[in-house]
Ligand binder design. Structure first.
Ligand SMILES: *[C@@H]1O[C@H](CO)[C@@H](O)[C@H](O)[C@H]1NC(C)=O
Ligand SMILES: *[C@@H]1O[C@H](CO)[C@@H](O)[C@H](O)[C@H]1NC(C)=O
Ligand SMILES: *[C@@H]1O[C@H](CO)[C@@H](O)[C@H](O)[C@H]1NC(C)=O
Ligand SMILES: *[C@@H]1O[C@H](CO)[C@@H](O)[C@H](O)[C@H]1NC(C)=O
Ligand SMILES: *[C@@H]1O[C@H](CO)[C@@H](O)[C@H](O)[C@H]1NC(C)=O
Length: 475
């Protein structure tokens, strides 16, 4: 018995010190036997280029139909290369942006050349996943033969119904978009979700020196988690408290609007337009399925990504409660308190207690029986025909009780999380109904020390447990 208990504790220790939020539940022993403990959980990061549906516009933008010759910025007068859609060795179709390069052979999508100059050379690349995703690292687009001098990245969060700009790219932001040039490192925690124009990826550096255009996710995370992302807890805390931060990294579709190709200099050389075009060899999108912290797995089902929902939730993103559970009790899981977060599981519909011939809920209603016209009379805070539901601002626990905390008026403070409207779970440094009181003596700065202390203590405990287990194991 003891051995088992120690072993289970050790498992929990490992879960808390290894990957964060990778487990939705684990079996723990209590006085009343083993029970499942539920945690907030999320799927692992994946290379989402494997699952994207890619489309290029306008029709006819891909080179090779009819076959055409082109040259490069480095070899502008050697125009012997050919693009021919009907010859597999010379074709450059869109799917070459998402294939895996084998044996070091780089394959790429390529557009027609800028023969129609001064008409602009425009191309859109739309990427769809039919699933909400959350970026976990930098998006990286690899251009062969030079990066565009003007480009916009857009995103959609509603499967392409509405779009918003994500980042502007230009060799001269003022000239192209009337925006001052910025870098992500100029951003502060307060304006980290600002849409910026950057000149970092559009200037001519030779087509082989730097082929990549990035949308910086790491650098944005680093604003909260430190330069080597060593303090992810701090990032997760911000994800909970800063409205819009999680949405900023969420998308269902991305779109690249290529507005002007690499020029290799200041001007367009009108006597040699065959050296201007776009070519992309790779689009890397590291992200995880958005499952609202209710799933640790996301699998391909009938060609679409689908969260494997826990906590009695369902839907593609675990965005609602399963049948038989109260729709209104749905809530996304919470990253807080770290390391396990709060699962916010769905609550089942209450079974009715039979009273008189009426079915009024015994806990929620005033009388044993209903009034003359067949209505149940509800206690304060209760509602519904059977008085088995609670009014907004109340939670159910054998009757309706006024919320101690919520997401609107009664916010838990100092990084505390509201547990099922019943209580705030405070970080170790704070106490009080809403975590409003510091445990530290006035004048002493003990915030930073205590969280460090906690993780060291956890590690120490794990080590001790491992030792204990080793001595207890029969040889
Ligand atoms: C690219 O998409 C934008 C937004 O839908 C549209 O206005 C523009 O005409 C498209 N460009 C091309 C070349 O299809
Ligand atoms: C998108 O995903 C949903 C849910 O998996 C599915 O019902 C729908 O058919 C998919 N749409 C497309 C165009 O694949
Ligand atoms: C963000 O805020 C910082 C500091 O407040 C400021 O220096 C910077 O210019 C801001 N960036 C943008 C893009 O507004
Ligand atoms: C989900 O509901 C089932 C059936 O009511 C229950 O046995 C299970 O414990 C619930 N799971 C969670 C995580 O609450
Ligand atoms: C019974 O309760 C309902 C709802 O509260 C009310 O509208 C109705 O007038 C009541 N009937 C009697 C006879 O008290």
């Amino acid at each position: 018995m003891l051995l088992q208990a120690v072993f289970l504790l050790l498992l929990r220790c490992l879960a808390s010190t290894l990957g964060q939020y990778e487990l939705c539940k684990s079996l723990v022993s209590t006085d009343e036997g083993s029970v499942w403990e539920q945690y907030a959980c999320q799927p692992k990061t994946a290379s989402m280029k494997d699952h994207m549906r890619i489309k290029v516009d306008p029709p006819g933008i891909t080179c090779g139909n009819p076959p055409e010759r082109f040259c490069t910025l480095e070899n502008p007068y050697l125009c012997s290369d050919e693009c021919d859609a009907s010859n597999p060795d010379l074709a450059h179709p869109p799917q070459l942006m998402q294939d895996r390069e084998r044996n070091g052979l780089i394959t790429y999508w390529q557009t027609v050349t800028w023969r129609r100059h001064p008409e602009p050379l425009l191309a859109n690349i739309s990427m769809a996943w039919n699933k909400s995703l959350e970026l976990t690292d930098d998006i990286q687009i690899t251009f062969e033969y030079g990066r565009p001098t003007i480009m916009v990245m857009d995103k959609s969060m509603d499967h392409g119904r509405s779009w918003q700009p994500y980042q502007f790219y230009a060799d001269d932001c003022m000239d192209a978009f009337n925006m001052p040039p910025k870098r992500v490192r100029d951003l502060s925690p307060a304006n980290i979700t600002r849409v910026i124009c950057t000149e970092q990826y559009s200037r001519w550096v030779g087509s082989k020196n730097d082929k990549n255009v990035k949308f910086e996710v790491r650098a944005r995370f680093a604003v909260f988690a430190g330069p080597r992302l060593q303090n992810m807890d701090s990032l997760y805390t911000r994800m909970e408290s800063m409205k819009g931060l999680r949405d900023f990294f969420t998308f269902t579709n991305l779109r690249l609007r290529l507005l002007r190709p690499a020029l290799g200099g200041t001007y367009v050389q009108r006597d040699n337009l065959l050296k201007y075009f776009y070519a992309i060899s790779n689009i890397e999108v590291p992200a995880r399925c958005k499952c609202n912290l209710h799933a640790s797995q996301c699998l391909l089902q009938d060609g679409n990504l689908q969260c494997q929902c826990e906590h009695n939730t369902t839907g593609q993103d675990c965005q609602r409660c399963r049948k038989g559970f109260k729709a209104k009790s749905w809530k996304a899981g919470s990253y807080l308190p770290t390391p396990h977060g709060t699962p916010n599981t769905c609550t089942p519909h209450l079974s009715h207690n039979f009273l008189g011939k009426c079915n009024c809920n015994q806990m929620g209603s005033v009388h044993d029986r209903c009034n003359g016209t067949g209505f149940c009379q509800c206690k304060d805070g209760a509602t519904g025909a059977k008085c088995d539901d609670c009014l907004p601002g109340y939670y159910w626990k054998q009757g309706c009780y006024a919320n101690v905390c919520d997401e609107e008026m009664l916010l838990c403070q100092n990084g505390g999380t509201c547990y099922q409207s019943q209580k705030c779970i405070c970080p170790p440094e704070f106490k009080g109904v809403l975590c409003q009181e510091s445990r530290c003596e006035a004048g002493k700065d003990c915030n930073a020390a205590s969280s460090l202390h906690l993780s060291t203590a956890t590690l120490l405990l794990c080590t001790l447990l491992a030792h204990l287990l080793a001595t207890l194991t029969p040889h």
